[in-house]
Design a protein around this ligand. Structure first.
Ligand code: PLP
Length: 456
């Protein structure tokens, strides 16, 4: 049996068309170095996605290997329930508080972005229970948002595909529109009017639900999986003004943006976000080991800590919360990023990526928008620019382009919520590699357009 046969027989793949998988089987990677992956047949690919927006220091880092070996020998695991601690995690918590924007106080660790966002909602609920307002529990999220797959974090996603078949979203989750200029900004509407429109929509929703029932608003600084949607600079200040008026907490989901992807440490710094709670994962260890964290602001912490008087033990946590291997990996990952100036490099490479994507795609008749920020980019496909018309989703345009790009040796990712393909390479990507990623993605679009006879 080949590894592909074994995979098809036994492995239940996440986020996969299960019927098609049975027909086509997997693409199995065996090795990675820098931004390059190699599959079982020896074919190489440029990974324009750093895995799933996460292998920021690139594949095959030997310092990370050494850290993991040393920590495994010293202490591979010990739990952190009931006041137990370990060294790497205490130091990592201290470091995260020093790095985080605003007045942050404590760090709670988990294993994935999904469980961290789930924890955030539990923290918000606990906070309001301690404050004696048990009715203040609703969460507002945004269309196109991606926050994970647990029952709650999946509910927070503004992507219908995440709910279908799973009886989600839960009824306490409500949605407002994303700041996606291409589709949401009306013709003739200024940016200021557009932002006002979105902030008013949020305020109307809070008033309609009753401010005494609305607990928190969750948002990615840049919506990644929803289409790399970069908000106007005045967007978050306007949103926060509304949240403050109605005493609604803000959870910044920094799972993709955190630790340098925007060129700054956090997306919150770029977009003027002053979060009460911050979610991080992915880039905290460059995905070498699973780790996530909820960074909690001082005022929220103070309330939660006082809950001990009422509830006793804070009864939440995972066997793998604050895993010492993951914490050690995070420390080395952050050391590498700082020492090698990788955030600055992400910004510089991001500028190059933006320039190459614009050069290859901006004038293409089937491209509605080229957008991005830092080392994040996307190209959105449209059937027509004037009048602006989306492709029929059944055509699966972005998926077809990604499939063709993969055949050409570049791994991008289709973001069907906005019919886009995305670029989020490792921070160590070279300019030549970016040139190749953009050129091959363009060739993929042209090949698909020709095959489907989309152009005259
Ligand atoms: N939040 C954001 C913004 C994400 O992009 C993701 C994953 O892509 C998650 C949360 C969920 O993280 P995980 O897949 O580690 O559960």
């Amino acid at each position: 049996m080949t590894i592909e046969d074994i995979d098809k027989e036994f492995f239940f793949h996440p986020f996969t068309q299960l019927r098609e998988h049975q027909r086509h089987g997997p693409l199995t990677m065996v090795e990675g170095h820098g931004s390059t992956l190699t599959d079982t047949r020896g074919r190489t690919y440029l990974d324009a996605m750093a895995g799933l927006w996460c292998v920021n220091i690139g594949y095959g880092n030997t310092e990370m290997a050494e850290t993991l070996r040393a920590q495994t020998e010293r202490l591979p695991y010990y739990h952190t329930f009931a006041s137990m601690g370990n060294e790497p995690v205490a130091r990592l918590a201290q470091r995260l508080i020093a790095m985080a924007p605003g007045e942050m106080s404590k760090v709670f660790f988990g294993n994935s972005g999904s469980d961290a966002n789930d924890t955030q909602v539990k923290l918000v609920w606990y906070y309001n229970n301690v404050l004696g307002r048990p009715e203040k529990k609703k969460i507002i999220s945004r269309s196109r948002g991606y926050h994970g797959v647990t029952v709650m974090s999946g509910s927070l996603c503004g992507l219908p595909g995440m709910h279908a078949g799973f009886d989600l979203p839960l009824p306490m989750v409500h949605f407002v529109r994303a700041p996606h200029r291409l589709w949401e900004q009306r013709e003739g509407q200024s940016e200021e009017e557009f932002v006002r429109d979105l902030a008013d929509e949020l305020e109307r929703l809070i008033l309609a639900e009753g401010p005494e029932t609305v607990a928190a608003f969750i948002a990615e600084p840049i919506q990644a999986a929803g289409g790399v949607i970069v908000p106007p600079t005045s967007y978050f200040p306007a949103i926060q003004e509304v949240l403050r008026r109605y005493d609604v907490l803000l959870i910044a989901d920094e799972v993709v943006c955190g630790f340098g992807r925007t060129g700054d440490t956090f997306g919150s710094e770029v977009f003027g976000i002053r979060p009460d709670l911050i979610t991080v994962a992915k880039g905290i260890t460059s995905a070498y080991v699973p780790l996530s964290a909820c960074i909690v602001s001082a005022p929220v912490w103070d309330v939660i800590a006082s809950g001990a008087d009422r509830y006793g033990v804070f009864s939440h946590g995972y066997t793998y919360s604050a895993h010492p291997l993951a914490a050690a990996a995070a420390m080395t990952n952050l050391d590498i990023i700082e020492r090698d100036g990788l955030m600055r490099q992400a910004k510089a490479r991001g500028d190059h990526l933006a320039e190459r994507l614009r050069a290859e795609f901006a004038d293409h008749p089937l491209v509605g928008e080229v957008r991005g920020y830092g080392l994040l980019g996307a190209v959105e496909f449209v059937r027509s620019k004037d009048p602006l018309t989306a492709f029929d989703p059944a055509l699966k345009m972005s998926a077809a382009v990604v499939q063709r790009a993969r055949e050409l040796g570049v791994i991008s990712r289709a973001l069907p919520a906005s019919d886009s393909i995305s670029f989020s390479p490792p921070f160590v990507v070279t300019e030549d590699e970016i040139d190749e990623m953009a050129a091959l993605a363009r060739q993929a679009l042209d090949d698909v357009a020709r095959e489907l006879r989309l152009l005259p």
